[in-house]
Design a protein around this ligand. Structure first.
Ligand code: HC0
Ligand code: SF4
Length: 575
């Protein structure tokens, strides 16, 4: 352990801790703009400058390692002036359009300008006038607001391994741009939205479609059916003063009704359906010698990635649609039929933690299996929070309501989909039953849980089978296992796994690109615990035990992988 003094406060930290982290531990906040705990220190903004007592040397707290006996000064008059000047320089090229900015009130630069009392602009203003890039239909780039901190480029390249964003030029004329200066949609971008959640200002954000929802929902001829994703319930509360991971499902249902939803369903029901189909597909592939390992296909960022970078592995993807798309298709067929509603009048909306879900509903592989757009609109968690505020709804004091039946009820397996390893765990719970005819005595499968970036192992299915699994989160971490599968194929062999779960975002959907801002590993772990608590609170823990799932098979689909199920619940992906 290392002992040091920061601004007069003694603190003990582990070897390898930076001065910045040590200061936070001591309860002292050193300002930063380019730093993000998910990323390697970049050292571009210069705001974290500090001094050592008795030395004239300036250090950068974000990258300086804490050392025994250090005496660090983090705040004094001189450092205040240095930081203030840095902020004024940033502001000399940044439009001060806070009132109309998507990040108003949530902007890190704005907060620092408040703290450092930036009032006037002593430097000559050179505000760039650059066009916005809305080409993806989900991620919006506003390069004129870019402060060149580098977080987006780093997250895209090192966390996601995508290289859709880069810096061009030097010094003053540096620009953050899509690779090769193409429109973002023509770059390798997978629309995961991680650049948006890591941007400290309003330079990258989600296309805001909250207004579209309110407009459509107010039309009297529309029957508005909304589904909410697993990860939304453990995060939306953060926008309204709840702690990360607090489960607010009942309040979300109520809020949606007040916003104009006629029916509120749950993507967790769709997740239970995905397990029924995807689990049966896995058992079939294993027993009939199909293409293995089977790869999950529910994460649309991952689908964008595999179709662009590993098209040779498309045959490994499960043909089961994502829970969201299944839920949408079921809403406009089974449910509409049951209710005697013309599906042409159903407006199907999904609240998702994810920006790529806005693209998924437009992928031509599966938009219209019901004969209509299965899902008409996707709003991210942040967009939902915005319209809740806009309509004057006091979220914290809302009463809780129940989900609408019969396509809302969910099992614990459905709710853990939002966590890395959750789809795998849900699938194992049901595959165990399919193979042995009995249920696991303990549905908590700890071996697939955790934070490891590529976790793998083998599960013994009561001596009757062995399931070799892999779980990957954070797109860049998929490369190793994808190359392993590809290389094995090239040798005419197959990689030693039956089933692999892949999620583009670090931590899974709970940390998706559409979630409340400020996500770091601490928040990831709180949202994760929230999901496991929700699982434990469910009367049924396995998808096949969900009474509404059993009912839809007996009334409508007959069995997993039936012809009707194939038509509505499966797809095949194209390059
Ligand atoms: Fe996910 Fe999903 S779990 S992708 O991570 O599979 O976005 O939460 O809705 O569809 O269920 C996101 C979250 C979903 C889907 C589900 C899956
Ligand atoms: Fe990169 Fe994801 Fe942003 Fe696209 S959405 S630019 S892949 S971080």
């Amino acid at each position: 352990a290392i002992h040091l003094t920061i601004q007069g406060v003694e603190v003990t930290v582990e070897e390898g801790t930076t001065v910045l982290e040590a200061a936070r531990k001591a309860g002292i906040r050193i300002p930063t703009l380019c730093y993000h705990p998910d990323l390697k220190p970049f050292g571009s903004c210069g705001l974290c400058v500090c001094k050592q007592e008795g030395s004239a040397k300036i250090i950068r707290a974000c990258s300086a390692p804490a050392a025994e006996g250090m005496k660090i000064i983090t705040h004094d008059n001189e450092l205040f002036e240095v930081r203030k000047t840095i902020l004024e320089l940033v502001m000399s090229t940044h439009p001060a359009s806070c009132l109309t900015c998507v990040r108003n009130n949530k902007c890190e630069l704005q907060k620092l300008c408040v703290e450092y009392g930036i009032r006037e602009q002593p430097f000559e203003e050179r505000i760039p006038d650059l066009p916005k890039d809305k080409s993806t239909g989900t991620i919006v780039l506003d390069p004129s607001k870019c402060i060149k901190c580098g977080r987006c480029v780093q997250v895209c390249q090192s966390l996601q391994g995508v290289y859709a964003l880069e810096f061009i030029g030097r010094g003053d004329s540096t620009l953050m741009t899509p690779a090769a200066s193409l429109p973002l949609n023509d770059s390798p971008c997978i629309k995961c939205g991680q650049c948006a959640t890591h941007c400290p200002v309003g330079a990258i954000y989600e296309l805001d479609e909250g207004g579209t929802f309110l407009h459509e929902a107010s039309k009297s001829e529309k029957v508005v059916a909304v589904q909410i994703a697993p990860a939304v319930r453990v995060a939306l509360g953060e926008e309204f003063g709840f702690k990360a991971g607090e489960i607010t499902t009942g309040k979300i249902y109520t809020a949606l009704k007040r916003l104009g939803a006629d029916y509120v369903f749950d993507t967790n029901f769709g997740a239970d359906m995905t397990i029924m189909e995807e689990g049966s597909e896995l058992v079939k592939r294993v027993s009939e010698g199909g293409v293995l390992p089977q790869l999950t296909s529910c994460c649309p960022g991952w689908i964008e990635y595999v179709t662009k970078y590993y098209p040779d592995l498309i045959e490994n993807l499960s043909s089961a649609k994502s829970p969201m798309m299944m839920q949408g298709a079921i809403t406009k067929t089974y449910w509409a039929e049951k209710m005697g509603i013309d599906p042409a009048n159903v407006y199907s909306v999904a609240i998702m933690p994810c920006t790529a879900k806005k693209i998924e509903i437009k992928r031509d592989e599966h938009m219209k299996s019901s004969g209509y757009d299965d899902v008409d609109l996707v709003l991210t968690t942040r967009e939902l929070a915005r319209i809740i505020r806009q309509r004057g709804i006091d979220f914290a004091s809302l009463p809780e309501t129940e989900v609408d039946s019969p396509i809302g009820e969910y099992s614990g397996a459905g709710t853990i989909f939002g966590v890395t390893g959750g789809v795998m765990e849900a699938a194992i719970r049901t595959a165990y039953n399919a193979i042995t005819g009995k249920d696991l005595s303990d549905p908590d499968i700890m071996t697939v849980r955790g934070r490891g970036e590529f976790r793998h192992g083998a599960i013994d299915v009561d001596g009757k089978a062995t399931l070799r699994f892999g779980v990957v989160h954070g797109m860049a971490n998929a490369k190793e296992v994808l190359d392993e599968i590809r290389n094995a194929k090239a040798r005419g062999e197959r990689a030693p796994y039956e089933f692999i779960e892949i999620m583009a975002c670090r931590g899974g959907c709970i940390a998706g690109g559409g979630q409340p801002l400020g996500t770091d590993d601490e928040i990831r772990s709180k949202r994760t615990s929230g999901s496991y608590t929700d699982d434990k609170n469910c009367a049924k823990r396995c998808s096949h035990q969900n009474p509404s799932v059993q009912k839809i098979y007996s009334e409508f689909f007959e069995a997993p992988l039936s012809e009707k199920a194939h038509h509505l619940l499966h797809t095949s992906y194209k390059e």
